[in-house]
Ligand binder design. Sequence first.
Ligand SMILES: [Zn+2]
Length: 615
Amino acid sequence: MSTTTEDIKSRLNIVDIVGQYVKLQKAGSAWKANCPFHQEKTPSFNVNEERNMWHCFGCGKGGDVFAFVMEIEGLEFREALKLLAEKAGVELPEYHGSGRPAGETKDRGLEILELATKFYEKQLWESTRGQAMLVYLHDRGLTDESIRTYALGYAPDGWRFIFEFLLKRGYAAEEIERTGLVIRKTNNQQPAISNADPSQPPTSAYYDRFRDRIMFPIGDILGRPIGYSARVAPGGDESQAKYINTPETNLYHKSRALYGLALAKQSIKETGRAILVEGNMDVIALHQAGLANVVAVSGTALTAEQLGILKRYGKKLALFFDMDKAGQAAAWKSALAALALDFTVEAIALSSGKDAADMNREDPELLRVAVTGAKPAMQYFLDALLQSPDAGSQEGKRGIVERYAELLAAIDSELDRAHWTKVLALAIGAEPRVVQATVEKAFRSMQKGERFVESRPVGTFLPKTFGRRSEVLREGLVGLMLASPIAREVVMLETDTAVMDFLSLHPIFFFIRNNPSDPVAAIEDRTLQSLASDILFRTLELPSLRVVEEEREEKIAGIVGEYLRDLRSELHEKDERLELGRLIEVARQAGDKAEERRLFETFARLTRGDASQNE
Ligand SMILES: [Zn+2]
């Protein structure tokens, strides 16, 4: 890493940057928040302003401001650099990707998918069969402009169109396969049955995954295609699955992907609200009707990861699902997930048509009116439950309370929970007290089932799992060096080569020695950044470091001295043990039983001493 990154870091305040994504609260000299990278209810995510670092004791992630932006925006280092340079007002020199090799393949994958998307688009607009697809899309109410904005395409009916197109562009079969565009035939396995001409079986080991389908590219947060949702061509082989998606690849993770996000994020930010719909076609229809803050999930239930991404742009979520049983069940599930993450959840009812796309075709104004009429999800679902035919009977009422309790239990805020419990009691004409008891029971049983990530104890520094005492000492020294320039100075004066050699074996020590002014800035690898932040934040929790500023440096120098002394004797004792082992072997071969026993006792004493120090 270069002085450019140091320059950028020095101009940015990590608290400002992180604060744009998570709600930080001051706790002493630290800033804390609920971690955006794992689900939790008590904050174990820490930001240290003075050291320009962040760390989560719950999931172990951490690092500098670059690591944070990479993690939360799903960016590579180079992209994070660009983004932060802009924020800092620093001009970037030409960057000659010295990045990690994984980044390189990611870039190649993105290139492949960009080319493929253009290929599919060309097929849609220019091929004969593509014309039929356009007729269908127009029939569904989509305009040419929408079709181009969302880069819809058509995958032609054949085995090797996209594969050969990309081979000709110079990409290797393996890297094409990694994008999910093609499937590799395994031995004795016929390719999946398709409506392609069966007299033309694929001769190569690879064949196109998407054949005779309308292609909806799924983009990342910057709008670059990372995968596809592909609809079977109307008039094609309708016995095939209606939609198939790109499988999990190193670019496409269905639990993170949100269809239409790049085109929606600005509008979500402005309105504070995301509209979640069921289908890709609904996303495009709403956008066309002037509602740009709309996204969909593809082939999965709404996940906590997707909600975490949406929360960066807005805290309100409006569910706009089909009115059939499956649609409403999916809306209920999504509401549970979003309520648990403290979203303000609303629900929108379709007043006509099968889905939002239908409604748009009928009259876009209807769509806009429907969205304006969004109700709080808690009200929406209560109304729906009250519609059940036996809602008037005692039995029916009990059923409603039990069902509704599931939603109540998901609500994060106690105040809101109390409010909706009262609304429920009023609606069914029951004693609020009785309803409350039922709800609490449901709430407790949910909490029991809840998976929670236990925070790692921060009071206990250097857990035994770090292994041998010498390794514990080394970890301690690395932590102190990350925390303080004094520690770095003292350690660098160490003359015992065994100690220095042993320290050099620690992965972080390399960066401390080579970039003493800002060791963490030199680490590009995310795992190593997490390791460094973990060691640093645990060091900062050391009781002996919680002293007033003026005494701290002196205290640190003292501890470093102690650790170095211990490490010296530890390492030389190890030599001694090796030497003893050698002498024991010599005595044994010479048949000197008395000498062997004497040496062995010394050896045992040394080892016991070691073990007791570890207690
Ligand atoms: Zn975490």
